[in-house]
Design a protein around this ligand. Structure first.
Ligand code: SAH
Length: 350
């Protein structure tokens, strides 16, 4: 496999040997095609000399993904993609309509090692990390899809990008960090750090690296249990880091960037929806560093775990808000197209 140009930040592209001896504006043109236009084929780079395009084509790849499946929800316009990577592996990405802007939900790994009981991605285990270009190309593919088939509500609004698709982003930090550099570079995707959010099950080592790097993006910590014991039942692998340690590290990051982090709490009937757990969650969140996102569980195909009843969800939320913790219930989009984490890929495999 050839190296992909979008594995590089713009400055690195301007220094590739193939541009040596050419006027500086050629680098600027190339970088604009690679990121601003986000093209996937060399022949689209119309203002570059044919000889340069040919040299580049021999050395580099320009397309890390192809669309295997595209589904559009009739309920809410959520668009779900199954992408095939160059080695034949598949990953999922989703465009979620969020009022006046789209949210791109992207993957950071093929599969996942976290083994969460409620998650479809976990069922197949971890296959491999995604490369930076495989992360960036998801964003560009989704962007292009909206350009070709505009959504009535978005206009030209910039998307938010959330690392909430397949995988544990902090277990692939080097590649995720490189993709963040590309996303936030003015000559790259030119995104604001405020429009990017990373969601993690909270491995301590990964959180420490995030704190050190301090990219300023939003942070969500997925909890699924308030004590080490109860959390191990829903999220066994994150058990390697204690709940309190993960919460403390997330709070430290939130303080550094001066914005609240989010605690994500999946609501599973009879497992994670008791008033007792709501009180314990409020205690964990009670330091001004957090808001809480309550996520009614999306059913998996084996049907063993069930989402909580609405009544329970509202009662859970009330306990949090009564204690002064901002708590939101995340509306779940695209139920009719298996939009929840890992469900589409799994459906294709079985
Ligand atoms: N590994 C990271 C990112 C991927 S999971 C993490 O744990 O945060 C992204 C979010 O999807 C997590 O908050 C997880 O709890 C949630 N999720 C996964 N499967 C789900 C399901 N079946 N129903 C509801 N939320 C789910």
């Amino acid at each position: 496999m050839k190296p992909h140009l979008r594995s590089l930040v713009p400055e690195q592209i301007s220094q590739i040997p193939e541009l040596k001896g050419l006027p500086a504006f050629r680098a600027a043109q190339l970088i604009a095609w690679v990121f601003e236009q986000g093209v996937f084929q060399w022949q689209e780079m119309k203002n570059l000399p044919l000889t340069l395009r040919q040299t580049l084509r021999e050395v580099y790849d320009l397309c890390a993904l192809e669309v295997e499946t595209r589904l559009v929800s009739k309920e809410d316009g959520t668009r779900k993609f199954l992408f095939k990577l160059r080695d034949g592996q598949t990953i999922e990405s989703v465009i979620i309509p969020m009022g006046d802007h789209p949210t791109f939900c992207i993957s950071s790994q093929v599969g996942c090692a976290m083994a969460c009981s409620f998650c479809a991605t976990a069922r197949g285990g971890l296959v491999r990390n995604l490369e930076p270009e495989e992360i960036i190309d998801q964003i560009l593919m989704l962007r292009r899809d909206l350009q070709k088939d505009p959504h009535p509500h978005f206009g030209h609004r910039q998307p938010n990008v959330v690392f909430m698709g397949m995988g544990e982003p902090l277990d692939n930090w080097d590649n995720v960090e490189q993709s963040l550099s590309i996303m936030m570079d003015n000559r790259g995707l030119g995104m604001s750090r405020r429009k990017i959010q990373i969601s993690t099950s909270g491995p301590a080592e990964g959180l420490q690296r995030l704190i050190k790097s301090n990219p300023g993006i939003g942070l969500t910590l997925s909890l699924g249990g308030t004590t080490d014991e109860s959390r191990k039942k829903t999220m066994p692998v994150p058990g390697r880091t204690g709940v309190q340690e993960a919460v403390d590290l997330a709070a430290a990051y939130a303080r550094n960037i001066g914005r609240k982090a989010t605690l994500a709490w999946v609501l599973i009937a009879h497992q994670t929806d008791s008033p007792e757990q709501a009180k314990q969650l409020a205690a964990l969140a009670h330091r001004g560093a957090f808001k809480v996102n309550l996520i009614p569980m999306n059913r998996l195909d084996d049907g063993k775990l069930k989402p909580s009843d609405l009544e329970k969800i509202l009662a859970f939320q009330k306990i949090l808000t009564n204690k002064g913790i901002p708590a939101f219930i995340r509306a779940s989009g695209g139920q009719d197209i298996a939009a929840a984490c890992g469900q589409l890929r799994r459906r294709r495999q079985v």
